[in-house]
Design a protein around this ligand. Structure first.
Ligand SMILES: Cc1cc2nc3c(=O)[nH]c(=O)nc-3n(C[C@H](O)[C@H](O)[C@H](O)COP(=O)(O)O)c2cc1C
Length: 187
């Protein structure tokens, strides 16, 4: 069974997306198709990249990098639940990607974005896709962008999913599962 890590990409203590990420993880777990784990970048708590060697060398000296490496290496595929900030993807997500290299290789990733405005963060999805390919991730073509996130959930509230959102998440998960089956991850 593929090991799926649903990554909540906001590190804000009042993140509106965190309940969404928890809902996505629960939805994925409910399909019994993946062994699903929810990863909260706020709990991972990485500093800005502080490794002396290039990540591709895998010569990590810091405990936080070794722990993040082990977390990412333990997954076969990912779903990033990602906010849009100022028209792009968030700095903590880019930083978390940049920390590693080999651990991402060949692994499928589904993208679910959200924003306060009407775009649902679709521009952030467009911007991050070349970055993901650069580190060897395989982004699914199906994506989901959720507008008006702040009206959908409170800071520490639950996320009330809808049938439309469930269908959108299912489409992303279907493609991620297909990509895992197509080509086993290299790590
Ligand atoms: C630094 C920052 C920049 C933002 N920029 C945008 C934006 O460009 N477009 C938009 O619709 N919402 C924008 N927002 C609103 C966020 O999409 C919204 O607050 C969302 O809840 C952020 O995700 P988070 O709460 O999980 O961190 C911005 C929020 C922050 C904190």
């Amino acid at each position: 069974m593929p090991r799926l890590h649903v990554v909540s990409a906001s590190t804000r203590p009042t993140s509106s997306g965190r309940p969404l990420a928890a809902w996505v993880a629960a939805f994925a777990a409910g399909r019994a198709e993946f062994a699903t784990t929810l990863i909260d970048l706020a709990e991972v708590a990485l500093p800005f990249l502080d490794e002396p060697a290039h990540p591709a060398e895998g010569r990590y000296i810091h405990g936080h990098t070794k722990a993040w490496s082990a977390t990412v290496a333990a997954a076969d595929c990912f779903v990033f639940v990602m906010p849009m900030y100022n028209g792009g993807f968030s700095a903590p997500l880019k930083n978390a990607i940049d920390f590693l290299h080999q651990e991402w290789q060949g692994k499928p990733v589904g993208l679910i974005s959200y924003s306060a405005g009407t775009s649902g963060g679709a521009p952030a999805v467009e911007m991050i896709q070349p970055v993901l390919r650069r580190v060897g991730l395989r982004p699914a073509r199906h994506t989901l962008s959720i507008p008006g996130i702040e009206e959908r959930t409170g800071p520490y509230g639950s996320f009330p999913g809808t049938a439309d959102l469930a269908a959108g998440v299912a489409a992303v998960l279907d493609e991620v599962a297909g990509l895992v089956a197509d080509e086993p991850a290299a790590v």
